[in-house]
Design a protein around this ligand. Structure first.
Ligand SMILES: Cc1cc2nc3c(=O)[nH]c(=O)nc-3n(C[C@H](O)[C@H](O)[C@H](O)COP(=O)(O)OP(=O)(O)OC[C@H]3O[C@@H](n4cnc5c(N)ncnc54)[C@H](O)[C@@H]3O)c2cc1C
Length: 380
């Protein structure tokens, strides 16, 4: 351990970026991860028979508005030109998602222009709010109805959201739905503001491997920090990308998270696109992913009969399970801050980072930007 300047716990995109930047500044870095692979939740592996890159922890599409981040990632891997679009199934029909002009016309069987549709949705929402006696929206359901009207809300927002959270939309905060989730145009790009998007040619694991494969970095897998902490010199700076509540043995209780389960199968029943959302209650999963459609730079992979499809089921988080999404609210923010205080007392040289350490949902570009900024401030 003495030979290293920094210990990074977690070989995901955050830990790998921190390690790569530190190594670039001449520091010796040890990266550990308790999984048997690098890349954290963006890990991909190639199925030998089909050549399909499987995103083990769910579809990951790289998209960013931050030039610094795009310049950084493209040093390690080439990206293809994939542009993400999603359809959602409701009552056996597919509709563009997020809701756009085509979604509205398909649902209502109309042929409205953008201007007509906007007026129509606003009026419907107003009528429904009055009819249901909604004053200031008190929960997700009331907020949804007041933004798009009852029919669009019931078709596309209610059941999908209730499946995600495993609770009634009336129990969820109105804040989750801040803006009107509708585009009055035919634009169906999912990441409408992205300046750059794509999928790494060869997968995300290749990208992370290229980041970590440098002289000043050693990587050790299958090691949990909690099992080796007694061997870590007290003076060593640790960047910790795991859960804080778990690190402290849930001393103050469990922070709330949502989890996911993926059912992966090889099949000839292709989805015909990368992702289809399932908006209805009768289908227990929220999304299905057909990974070959991300490999548009390899037409032979996309054209083959076989697909590898993952069905994504929302799940309650259990201690020791996979924490996918932090549930951010006032109460959890307070509990997290208390954990941070305890971490400072017990591990004075520890920096908490990454989506779990920071207890925040971050897209990949945000995780990279935060890692770049951390190293800039830490290693002069
Ligand atoms: C379902 C889903 C889909 C997503 N899709 C997108 C997308 O399309 N585009 C996008 O930009 N972002 C997406 N994201 C966000 C993206 O996954 C995150 O930005 C990214 O994974 C954050 O990386 P990280 O390094 O912070 O965390 P992680 O990838 O979780 O890495 C943390 C690592 O730390 C390790 N670790 C934890 N505790 C310990 C310990 N005690 N000892 C040793 N190792 C430990 C873990 O094993 C893990 O490998 C998605 C997230 C989810 C949940």
């Amino acid at each position: 351990m003495e030979e290293y300047d920094y210990l990074i716990v977690g070989a995901g995109i955050f830990g790998a970026t921190v390690a790569e930047r530190m190594a670039n500044k001449g520091k010796k870095v040890l990266v550990i991860d308790r999984r048997d692979h690098i890349a954290g939740n963006i890990y991909t592996y190639t199925d030998e028979e089909t050549g399909i890159d499987v995103h083990k922890y769910g579809s990951h599409i790289f998209h960013t508005e931050i030039e610094e981040v795009w310049d950084y990632v493209t040093k390690f891997v080439d990206f293809n030109d994939y542009v993400h679009t999603v359809n959602t199934r409701h009552d056996g029909k597919l509709y563009p998602m997020p809701i756009n002009l085509d979604t509205i016309n398909l649902l209502y069987g109309t042929d409205m222009s953008a201007k007509e549709a906007e007026k129509f949705v606003v009026e419907k929402a107003k009528e429904d709010v009055e009819r249901l006696g909604i004053k200031e929206p008190q929960n997700f359901e009331e907020q949804g109805i007041s933004l798009v009207g009852e029919r669009l809300y019931e078709a596309f927002l209610k059941n999908y959201t209730e499946k995600q959270w495993n609770t009634s939309a009336r129990n969820l905060s109105a804040d989750i739905l801040k803006r009107i989730p509708v585009r009055f145009s035919h634009d169906n790009r999912y990441f409408i503001t992205a300046l750059h998007q794509g999928i790494p040619k060869g997968g995300y694991t290749k990208m992370i491997n290229n980041m970590l494969n440098t002289e000043n970095i050693d990587v050790k897998l299958g090691i949990d920090f909690r099992d080796i902490q007694k061997d870590v010199p007290e003076s060593m700076t640790i960047v910790y990308c795991g859960q804080v509540d778990e690190l402290l043995d849930y001393e103050l209780g469990v922070l709330p998270y949502r989890s996911l389960k993926f059912e992966i199968e090889k099949t000839e029943n292709s989805l015909g696109e990368a992702v289809i959302n399932e908006a209805d209650k009768g289908v227990p999963y929220t999304r299905a992913h057909d990974y070959k459609y991300y490999q548009i730079h390899q037409p032979e992979v996309v054209k083959q009969v076989e697909s590898i499809i993952a069905k994504e089921y929302p799940a309650d988080f259990q201690k020791g399970g996979e924490a996918y999404y932090p549930v951010n609210n006032e109460e959890s923010a307070k509990l997290y801050e208390e954990y941070v205080k305890l971490v400072k007392e017990k591990y004075p040289n520890m920096i908490l980072g990454g989506r779990l350490g920071a207890y925040q949902y971050w897209d990949m570009d945000k995780a990279i930007k935060n890692a770049l900024d951390l190293v800039e401030n830490l290693v002069k």
